[in-house]
Design a protein around this ligand. Sequence first.
Ligand SMILES: [Zn+2]
Length: 459
Amino acid sequence: MRLAGLSSPGASRKGRLRRSAHYRALRRFWERLKGKTLHRVHYLLIASLLAAGILGYTHYRNSLFYVVCIDGIEAGLVREVAEVEQFLNSLMDKCGLIYGMEVFPRQAITMTRELRLGQEANLQQVEKALRNRISLLTEAVMVTVDGVPVSPVCTAEEIADVIETLSLSYIDDDDSVKLLEVELEEELAGEDCVVPPEQVCSAAEVANLLLDPEKLEQDLDLQTASRLSLASRDGRENRIDGSGEKQEIPLVHVKTVEEATQEEPVPFPTTYVNNNEMYKGESRVVTEGKDGLKEVTYRVTRVNGEEIDREKLSERIIIEPVAKVIERGTLSRFAWPVAGGGRLSQGFSGRHNGIDIAAPSGTSILAAESGTVVCSSWGPATGNYIVIYHGDYWTVYLHNSRNLVSAGQSVSRGQVIAKVGSSGNSTGPHLHFEVRRGTGSSKWPGYYYYTSINPLSFF
Ligand SMILES: [Zn+2]
């Protein structure tokens, strides 16, 4: 227990010294008298003087008090220092029990011996003044974050608790996660401080405050308020640094490094198998693909729970994926329509509905695919021409020197249907070959009715 500024017991020692000095003076006076013959009157005089002296001394003794001051302001008079000490100790013990920590008065309490003639001791008044005017302080440890004071805790040991709570706050309680490292990026330390006891926080409160300063500011106010009402004392205005200004609470960053294992799908691959009985562009799924499963272990670094880095450490296949197998046709949709090949002299474009294959006059023109001849005719621009219906497509052959099939006739793939020529709007012997998309009807309403497609994509 530390009582600020209690007067030393030196005052009473001084009193004793003064008293013995009086006795010595009286004795010396008596010694001087003893050697002489004294008249009765003298005895009477001495006796009355003695009586007056004793009376006066008793009066003087009864007017000596201890003056109790709180921060220099007089609170009252007491006879004994111990009376005040006892009361203060008991008051501090009671308050200490409420706060659960040792407390002492903020105010300086002094007791000085003074002669106060005609005054009375008033211990009760002094006790009342002490109860009403004393505010409390306690010795605590201020938690600092990189040197910035945050909040006081009871003991330095609690700083370790704060660090532990902070560290644990971002750790998942998950079996698949193994914690490798946890560290605070800021330095937490403690400084001895003296603060009102209601400001002292628990380690958990300080940890929460640092994790979420805004939210905890409210909680802290609530808790402080409840403690204040419990203790019914002031001191709130002297918050932490005593300036009354709230300091910005620094954020802490908890960095965790963990090894996390998780299952992930293994996407299935796709393989292709050629099928020479299917046309090019056609395909068929032979086997459906199925994703596999793997176990992947990562090294994950987080700051305050937020992932900032992830590094793959290992992976293990649990279930192999099943490849998707697709058969792809290799058969050309159409056979080349000029025997011997000829020479491609003009390609397909927006202004040219087909391709031109130059070849000597009389070269055989072959049916690109089996089908039904729907047109075998002549026009001023097309010259001799043939249209064959294949169901999904039409093929068109222009500028022939001679048509060898007639409408309604069935033809087979590669069958000679005409001869190369330069009839109609043509500058030399060639086959103008077109492919048109069919619509399921074998009716050929006219040259511009069906959409033309680049024939080269069918060979
Ligand atoms: Zn052409």
